[in-house]
Design a protein around this ligand. Sequence first.
Ligand code: ADE
Length: 269
Amino acid sequence: MRLDVVTIFPEYLEPLNVSLVGKARARGQLDVRIHDLREWAHDKHNTVDDTPYGGGPGMVMKPEPWGEALDEILASGDGEPVIVVPTPSGVPFTQQLAVELSVKPWLVFTPARYEGIDRRVIEEYGDRLDVREVSIGDYVLAGGEAPVLVMVEAVARLLPGVLGNAASHQDDSFAPGAMADLLEGPVYTKPPEWRGRGIPEVLLSGHHGKIARWRRDEAFRRTDRNRPDLIERADPAAFDKHDRAILAALGWSEGDDGRFGRTAEAVEE
Ligand code: ADE
């Protein structure tokens, strides 16, 4: 997979040389190219921003440097990339979107600073390419570079051969499959006792069926505690008899619409 990032802070993307993404680069699984937007600015101060039309606080990134940068990058490769524009006004970045992006051969990220990029740039490329405006969460950062690091890591670990153990992401929270809609439960490793705390007995039993059931129960407990909205949204067709029993014990019941909701008593607690 080829990844291009256009930024005014190339050094902000240094973490892409480290750990999982860095190793994938070194192995040739990822071709990462970081570009300094200011190389496409032409005045002596390398200006890339200007005041917003209509007034208001902050500065807006000028269209010309972005246009020249993107034209040059697009001309340097085969085929068409997906352009990912990080912005708090975008669609939420989810595991599903990470999976979708992970099968694309080429992604171009355009992290902005200031109040964002002149709208015409998004329109210009959106008319002929797949352009995604994406937010990593409901908070505002000073720029899109940290979101690029987040998205690249989420995408890169899904590439074939990047994670050591190919099965490792099947049980991820938010991954499609049997554990979809549930958060991952707790995990343990050696030593068997640490500061007087042991390991749940079932994990030492060697009984795979019981272990799977315990993990699923823990996933329900954690999702109930931290993300009840996921249970409310879940398709109950995915819930078996045991799931329904644990949900009932946690104070959930199936509503007329077939979805699960918290019983009044559970909500009051
Ligand atoms: N730029 C600033 N805040 C952002 C966010 N939450 N997601 C993506 N890009 C951003």
